[in-house]
Design a protein around this ligand. Sequence first.
Ligand code: ARG
Length: 577
Amino acid sequence: MDFKSEVALLLSNATGLSMDTAYSSIEIPPQSDMGDYAFPCFLLSKTLRKAPPVIAQELAADPKLSAEWVEKVQAAGGYVNFFVHRGHFSKVAVSNVLSAGLSYGQAQDGTGKTVIVEYSSPNIAKPFHVGHAFTTILGHSLSRIYERLGYSVVRMNHLGDYGTQFGKLITAFRLWGDEKALAETPIKELLRIYVKFHEEEKIHPELSQDARENFKRLENGAPDEVALWTTFRELSLKEFAIIYERLGVSFDNYNGESFYSDQIPAVVDMLTEKGLLLESDGAKVVMLDEYKLPPCIILKSDGTTIYASRDIASVLYREAAYHFFKNIYVVGSPQALHFRQVFSVLDKAGYACAADCVHVGFGLVKFKDMKFSTREGNIVVLEELLNESVAKTLEIIKANAEIRNTDMSEDEVQDIATKVGIGAVIYTYVKSGRERDIIFSWEEMLDFEGDTAPYLIYTYARARSILRKAADQGIVSAWAQDAALALLSDEEEYAVARMISDLPDAIKKAQASHEPFMIARQTALIARTFNRFYNNTPILSGSDEKRKSARLALCEAVCTSISVGTYLLGIDVVERM
Ligand code: ARG
């Protein structure tokens, strides 16, 4: 159990509050002279009919709040402050981490609950750009966070594989397509003919008609058109798969927009039956005045379906197939209105599951000191960002003997640079609140001393090297002998123990707010406090064997915690540098 839960248990025993209420009311005081955990007594003033300071006085004196690890309990205004015994705290914190190992932070909150996380969702035949990387990285991290808390997670990739543009692509491919180029660099070739289509269309308007007809044939399942579309889709997916592999990302299914297209008539029938579908300028819409939203278009005036209708169908499908606890859409904030409309239509139609649909938005991606060969529409392709990051990391590692172990093979150095370089990109996406725009700057993201993945990975590798050295010297870590762990009572040791013990709480908060950055922040705090301790304390020297082995155990707990934190963010660590 983590300490916050221990405190909650004492409070629950003393006050009769439920564990959950007690746990969620506990605050972390801003200054250490106010204790390590605080309980706000105003929560009880109504039931006890007493002023909070009076309750605080009485509660602080309650013997039920005493425990071996509680140094003192003090009333301060309307708060009860808990001071935790340093050595004991460290002992519990370190053994909690080491007994859990890489499953540290695991909880059962989600047992029996299915959460759908939809993320990535790029468009077929279009480049995978840095905005798609944002949803991919966030969604991947959120999936792992939910899993850690015991939910069963379904990872969905809602591919943009449907729409009139595929009629255009078919027309364009028949006229100018290059089979060989399509096989080698599919997305590049598809983009080339797509751009050409739009240029040619200006001179030859009849092309638009041909494209429309091709799209109709595709919709009606004509074999030739379907075959071409299938090829475009498969080749695009093959290219996306390379990126997913580099990011370590995977999906349970790729039910894209096309998957839902034949479910739209049922949606239309349902909305009609409920009397919700109105005629407006030839289109069929659902009015959403009571939600203070503009009408949601379900069918366009030419009878074709739109993006929103496919999303409505997708919610109903997912509810039927998975009976989800939550259905999460990790999609950029510009689509916030779209999702509010979709969820509101379902709510209006009486579907309770509408309340369990969540749009997790995020900001824009910007660049400070980087030059990229931007393609159509000024987009930056993720692949180039990753390549550049790995190349620059390799330069840094090679030029810096302090970072790099000099006896490493070229392959190993390359492998490290790959993990660190890709980690640096991933971390930049998850280090701040997701609604904020992110700004890429090489100088910042590759700073081995900054708030970066290189810093975390480097710290991890350093801690691992201490463990290896200790093993060589025959020093054993103390975690099996609890008594020695209580020797970790210096402020710097306690600070590290405190940070690792707060990781499970950070994971829960990250889940509740869908903000992986809370884990990034906690992991960075663990690394910072550990480095401070490491720089000031000779871990493996001295003659006090017990103390050495206790410090070693702390070091091991730091490795495990950083490993868990980075794993939940989707970043790989390396064993040495
Ligand atoms: N394919 C869309 C895009 O690239 C994102 C799809 C988001 N998901 C959804 N269910 N609408 O912008």
